[in-house]
Ligand binder design. Sequence first.
Ligand SMILES: C[S@@+](CC[C@H](N)C(=O)[O-])C[C@H]1O[C@@H](n2cnc3c(N)ncnc32)[C@H](O)[C@@H]1O
Length: 307
Amino acid sequence: VNPGLLLGVSALVHEAHTSGLLSALLAGPGSAAQLAARAGLTPGPVGLVLSGLVALELAAEDGEVFCASPALKTFGDQTPGGAALQREVWGSLGAALRGDPAASWEDRVARYPGVVAGLGALWGEVPHRLAEWVGGGEVVVDVGCGSGPWGRALTRPGGRLVGVDLPPVLQRLQEAAATSPIRVELIGGDMHAVEVPVGQADRVVIANVLRLEPPDRAAALLARWARALRPGGRLVVVDALAGGTPEAELDRRIYALHLGLRFPNGRVHPPAEVEAWMAAAGLREIGSVSLGAAPGALGALVGVAPC
Ligand SMILES: C[S@@+](CC[C@H](N)C(=O)[O-])C[C@H]1O[C@@H](n2cnc3c(N)ncnc32)[C@H](O)[C@@H]1O
């Protein structure tokens, strides 16, 4: 750890982001002077910042011309809400530290119809990796489904996927599943309050949802939807559960900060706590599934409903 270097790197990346230089790079290649003009900045310092971005593998250079690196292009293309939403979230850190009130939960959730398709794209092939491990089901319930990437991957062809989410979001599931060989049913409303179809599902998946809730509500939500399983069915929790390496721990902690800026009542729950909630909900044979190199320290826990 080199504190001076970290301060320099964080200032460089932060200012490249907030000044619009990263967006200028994402818009296409150019010389330092051209990129500075595109972002309304001063060419001299821009050249030095671009050179730092090359060292960080966020940019590449060919002679005098700079362009976005593949990693930066992926960020630009796949980050839900794009670079602008990230700018807004990280830009609120100072205000949060000073105790200024965050946007309300309702405001945050109101954005989901616009971002869930991007989230589905961000997970890429990871839901299929999970389905290979866990095995598909004929009847699958996806709680807080968004565009349903996890439920769609877990539902066998010809099977039935029950998507639970707020009504404006469910249209995204319908669009995403329009060409897949599964039947989709929708339960629109608050996942804490809508009626649970008890004892029917081979798989229940709760993906990237428990993190939005404080521990007591997350545990109650898990127990509530475990009741949808038939005997022998499996409950799958996907969340920021991966750890164990310095990179994964850093990823989890930075994500926890990002989440805290958006959902002050949410939390990156420790895997041992989620396991304890699963056991308290009556699930057995609880084990973790590695999702490999997945974004956002993503990992999964699986438990089986007793026969
Ligand atoms: C982070 S997204 C995850 C979407 C999807 N599971 C995925 O992993 O791509 C959280 C989802 O939970 C939904 N959600 C949040 N609070 C909810 C509530 N009280 N009732 C129903 N859905 C809710 C949001 O609308 C959003 O689609």
